[in-house]
Design a binder for this molecule. Structure first.
Ligand code: HEM
Length: 494
């Protein structure tokens, strides 16, 4: 069954009638949208329905920049994959990550928030801790954590558990994103910090959600709008709680070959630097750990939630993936080498990231005057490169709204340019956790499909568009244990 996938793009109504895209004086096209001629005319749409706007820009300005009218300052959508390549690869250090001030209040200086030499040092550590040796270990940890969680899924049919409830062995998962978030956070803690004992996973998830919602609200407010004291208070409280949780974690760390061990161990000499750097202070260690905990679990959880929702609505693909799992690993947990031999499972995750990329837009700003796609940009221009907009373009992916993992198995995508698909970003700031995320997803999906049949609950899922693109809160899923099902079938048969 081809599922007309998540209706994340609302159909254009009369007010969204396309205005004839016209070249502006600077050579960039106006993004087609009602209200483009009103100063700040795209701002409201960008706040309310950013996916529609980005997608329309990708369709109408595929080879140009689309200028958004968001008030003072230049804001442009980059929908040409070759221009995305220039912006992300950035050989001339002309583009930087803007709007990091709020994140710095939570995370301090680290690989996510810094630029320059501080970023380069931090990035080296990040690349090391997400390298092949650690990914191999992570696969074992993820299988362990997943099996613990799935035992709860299987048990709730009779017992009931927080976040899940069920009857006759069927587990109703009340919020699949929350469920995956708890799982991936536990795995990342165990893998990167040695333990998740005494760590309140749900409280951490709750405070992180508050921080992300506050940052999204503050950043998408109209220019000049004063932040509400309530939002500021909520933000400060949640940020403080996140830092306190991580400081406790670091203080109780008893050594080990993990991220905290790396950060608290003897400082390394950086290439080109004569002497070793100063040891990190506890606050700096906290900055790095917090950044990795957040980056390491949230997007993976979201991508997993979308993958499971998509699978639950496609029984044909699910059967074929289960058959692939059966012939490759049987009932045991897969390691990275096994996953390399499971192309359909990998294609499912790749396709879920195409349809619903957690990082739905990647933002850069120009550090100086520069030229992109023949357009001269002033310093401080904001550029939006949207994996969502580009990856849903029929130009690169026929039947773009459909969940078709098979498109990744043949050569159907071979002709697409490099940046027609970039859920992990690209260039020097590309995601260092890509392999870790892919292995984590492979292990979790395998374990779930080995044990459960998935059933959708309610209509097609909708998206909550914030800092990440996640399923709306309360998106449910039903998991039927395969053992219980086959036992039931045996009982029923004459
Ligand atoms: C499906 C899961 C994931 C997705 C979709 C994802 C996506 C991304 C994207 C798009 C960026 C680039 C952002 C930009 O250029 O502005 C990024 C950066 C980053 N990601 Fe991931 N990520 C995932 C999982 C992970 C994991 C498991 C880790 C593990 C630690 C991780 C760590 C990071 C870090 C540290 C950065 C910042 C890199 C830098 O700025 O140099 N990510 N991620």
């Amino acid at each position: 069954m081809n599922w007309k996938a998540v209706p994340l793009v609302s159909p254009p109504g009369p007010s969204a009638a396309r205005c004839p895209a016209h070249a502006g004086q600077d050579g960039a096209e106006r993004a087609g949208a009602g209200g483009a001629d009103v100063p700040g005319g795209h701002l409201e749409e960008l706040r309310r329905q950013p996916l529609d706007l980005l997608r329309r820009s990708a369709e109408e300005s595929a080879h140009r920049l689309a200028r958004l009218d968001t008030g003072p300052g230049a804001c442009l959508v980059v929908s040409d994959p070759d221009a995305v390549d220039v912006v992300l690869t950035d050989h001339d250090a002309a583009y930087f990550k803007p709007k990091m001030e709020r994140w710095k209040q939570v995370l301090g200086e680290n690989v996510l928030t810094s630029e320059g030499p501080a970023w380069a040092r931090s990035r080296r550590r990040s690349v090391r801790i997400t390298g092949a040796r650690y990914v191999r270990r992570a696969a074992r940890v993820v299988a362990e954590v997943t099996d613990e969680r799935l035992r709860d899924w299987a048990d709730v049919g009779t017992a009931g558990a927080e976040g899940t409830a069920g009857t006759h062995g069927i587990s109703d998962i009340h919020d699949i994103h929350e469920e995956m978030r708890t799982l991936t956070l536990a795995a990342v803690l165990r893998h990167l910090c040695g333990t998740d004992d005494d760590f309140d996973l749900r409280a951490f998830g709750h405070h992180l959600r508050t921080v992300m919602e506050c940052i999204h609200a503050l950043e998408s407010a109209p220019p000049g709008a004063e932040p509400s004291p309530r939002t500021e208070r909520a933000f400060a409280h949640a940020a403080g709680e996140l830092r306190a949780a991580v400081l406790r974690l670091v203080a109780s760390h008893t050594g080990g070959d993990d991220l905290i061990g790396l950060l608290t161990g003897p400082p390394e000499k950086s290439p080109g630097e004569g002497r070793a750097a100063e040891p990190l202070t506890p606050d700096q260690v906290c900055d790095e750990v917090l950044a990795h905990l957040i980056a390491g679990h949230e997007s993976t959880a979201t991508a997993l939630a979308w993958s499971l929702l998509l699978l639950s609505r496609d029984t044909d693909v699910t059967h074929r993936v289960r058959a692939e799992i059966g012939t490759t690993v049987g009932v045991r947990a897969p390691g990275p080498d096994d996953l390399a031999g499971m192309p359909l499972l990998q294609a499912v995750f790749t396709e879920a990231l195409r349809l619903c990329p957690p990082a739905w837009t990647i933002m850069r700003a120009t550090g100086r005057t520069c030229e992109l796609s023949g357009v001269r940009l002033p310093a401080g221009a904001v550029l939006l490169a949207s994996p969502y907009g580009i990856q849903r373009s029929a130009r690169w992916f026929p039947r773009p709204d459909e969940f078709l993992p098979d498109r990744w198995l043949g050569d159907a995508t071979a002709g697409a340019p490099r940046y027609a698909y970039f859920p992990f970003g690209g260039g020097r700031r590309s995601c260092p956790g890509r392999s870790l995320a892919q292995v984590t997803a492979g292990v979790v999906l395998t374990r779930v499909l080995q044990g459960f049949r998935l059933e959708p609950v309610g209509g097609p899922p909708t998206a909550d568009v914030g800092i990440i693109l996640r399923p709306s809160p309360g998106t449910r899923l039903r998991a039927v244990p395969l053992q219980a099902e086959s036992a039931g079938q045996r009982e029923e048969s004459p």
